[in-house]
Structures are given as C-alpha cells and as structure tokens.
Design a binder for this molecule. Structure first.
Ligand code: MTE
Length: 324
C-alpha cells in the first residue's frame, strides 16, 4: 500500500519563509506550466489510450481453418476487448481495456527451458514465422459462467513444442506470464501469487486444438487480450489460457498454478469445462453468451469439454470429479 507521509506539524508552511508575492507568483507559474503540460500531452495520451481501450492494433493475416472452427455467431470485437479477465491490470472486467495501454509488447521474448533438448529464447517475429498462421473460431468458456466466440489467430502449440524437442522426462508444460509492476498495476496487489502460472499435461499441450495465439479478429492481439502471445485451450475454463507469456517451461512435476495456490478447493489443475461438476460456490451447468444472452433470457447449456469432444480420449479412465 502506498503510504503518503503527512506534513509534520513542526514543518513550516512555504508562506512563512518566502515573501508572499514571490510564492504567489511562483505558484501561478507552476500552475500554468502544469496546465500546459497536461493539455500538451493529454490529447496524444488520450487518443492513444482510447485507441488501446478500443483494441486498435496492426492487421495480421491468417488462413481460415474451418475444420477447427465453430460456425456459431462471433462475439462482437467490442465485447471481446472490453470485458476481460487480466488481473495484472485490475480485477474489474473493464480494467484491462482501461489500463493495459502501459504494457510494452515489443521487444518481447519467450524463453523456452527445462526438460528440452533445445532450450531457446524466441522473439515475437520468430514466433510469428515458426508455423503458418491460422484463424480458428473457438468458444471460450470462463469459470465464472459466461462465454464468447472468438476468431483467434495462431497455430497449434505442438509446432513450437516439436521445435524445441522435449525430453522424455518432460511430463508437463508450464506457461509463465509477465509480472512487471511498472507496466502492470495489478501486480502490485496481492490478489494472486505472481507471476500468473498455468500448465498443461504434455499430451494436452500437444493436442492440435491447443493454440499458441498471436492475434484475433484479423489483427495483432490487443493488450487486454494477452498481447503479444498467449495460449488458448478451448476445452478448459478460460483461466487455463495464460496471457502475455514470457516463459514456457517443460517440467517433470505437475506445476503449481496461480489459481490452485489461490483456491485449491475451487480450482483444479485440469479445469476441463464440465457441466456435471459444480464449482463449490455455483453451478457450471449453464452459461451466458456475452452480447447475446441478456439477463432475462434463459442461459444456454454448457457442453462437456465445452463441446470439444475430440479431447475426451485424453481423459479416458480418469475420474473427472476427482481430477477437476
Ligand atoms: N492470464 C493472465 N496472465 N492473467 C489473468 O488474469 N485471466 C484468465 C485468462 N488468462 C488471466 C489470464 C481468465 S480467468 C480468462 S476467462 C481469460 O484469460 C480471458 O481471456 P480474454 O480476456 O481474452 O477473453
């Protein structure tokens, strides 16, 4: 917490040591300079903030991949970029759009390390070139009970994993987000254990649906959506899809994710979308599609694995109540 020292009682006021006309003139001068400075920067600053808040970024071309896309109505770009969870920028849904303009997304590197034959550090341009970019329209179901349909741009995470040649000892992949209090005001709070950490089992990470994501809606990822690189794992609750990743680590043991640390009884490692297993504080049987289902409309039914049944074989024989 920022503690502002109060002016001590023994400290003399400026007026008692400087002649009145001098300090008044000085005050007026300072006020004028400050006003000019604010006016001078504010137009640029405000325009910039506005553009960021609206999600304006550079175009990013990609080939549509209908085989991996739902034909459901897409969520409006405005909703997808103004109703976000990105606690590094605040906990209210509108905070990321308001605050994420301070995130510097270039230069940006992702360090890949741990149980791999070829540990390496890749910059964003190398990541953009590593495999051909596809547009995939995925449903994203948040653990809080809302969902969106978003045209993401990226390629299967498996391309990157194969590139670094994991060792047979690599059982899990850990995704670590940036945690820079200078750029991310939320990191100064203790709301989560920073950095934001998420993880997948190796076979989950290798599933072709798991997307290394660099853009959405035909453009580079807006900051509030996890620029410049995130993952999107559409059959799991949204919190598994870590944003603004700076490190990918291949590990032997199951990672301790930020949400598991925050609430071990509420958030499990797997977190597959599962309408049959309630969150301890609310049902997961239905959801509200952002921009479509108003508060007076009945919610729509949530589908097992968010409707991505092709992943079911990854969990054959597992008790998904126990491994929630
Ligand atoms: N990644 C980081 N680093 N920090 C976060 O707070 N929130 C998660 C996930 N990834 C989060 C994160 C949650 S709870 C959700 S629902 C999705 O991001 C939201 O992604 P979106 O804002 O692009 O829809």
């Amino acid at each position: 917490m920022l503690i502002k020292p109060s002016r001590g009682a023994s400290e003399p006021p400026a007026s008692s040591i400087t002649p009145r006309e001098v300090y008044e003139a000085r005050r007026e001068f300072i006020a004028r300079v400050a006003a000019t400075a604010v006016a001078g920067t504010s137009i640029w600053e405000m325009a910039n903030r506005q553009a960021f808040a609206q999600g304006a970024t550079a175009r990013l071309a990609a080939r549509a991949n209908p085989a991996f896309s739902t034909s459901e109505k897409r969520t409006a770009f405005k909703d997808a970029t103004s109703y976000n969870n990105f606690y590094e920028f605040g906990t209210d849904k509108g905070d990321p759009a308001q605050n994420a303009h301070t995130l510097r997304t270039r230069p940006w590197t992702v360090a890949i390390e741990g149980e791999v034959k070829k540990p390496l550090t890749l910059d964003i341009d190398s990541l953009l070139k590593l495999a051909s970019l596809e547009e995939r329209v995925y449903r994203l179901r948040c653990v809080e009970g809302w969902s969106m349909v978003i045209p993401w741009i990226g390629y299967s995470l498996s391309n990157l994993i194969r590139h670094v040649e994991p060792l047979s000892s690599a059982k899990y992949v850990e995704f670590i987000s940036l945690a820079d209090p200078k750029q991310m005001p939320g990191v100064r709070s203790g709301v989560l254990d920073w950095p934001y950490v998420e993880g997948l089992r190796m076979d989950e990470a290798m599933h072709p649906l798991a997307l290394l994501t660099l853009g959405m809606y035909g453009q580079v990822l807006p900051n509030q959506n996890g620029a410049p690189v995130r993952v999107v794992v559409p059959w799991k609750y949204g919190f598994k899809s870590a944003k603004s990743i700076v490190k990918i680590r291949f590990v032997k043991e199951q990672p301790r994710t930020s949400w598991m640390v925050a609430g071990p009884n509420e958030y499990g490692f797997y977190s597959n979308v599962n309408p049959n297993v309630d969150h301890p504080r609310w049902s997961q049987a239905s959801e509200r599609r952002i921009g479509e289902d108003g508060f007076f409309k009945p919610k729509r039914k949530t589908l097992m694995f968010n409707g991505y049944n092709e992943v079911a074989s990854l969990y054959a024989g597992m008790d998904l109540r126990k491994f929630f």
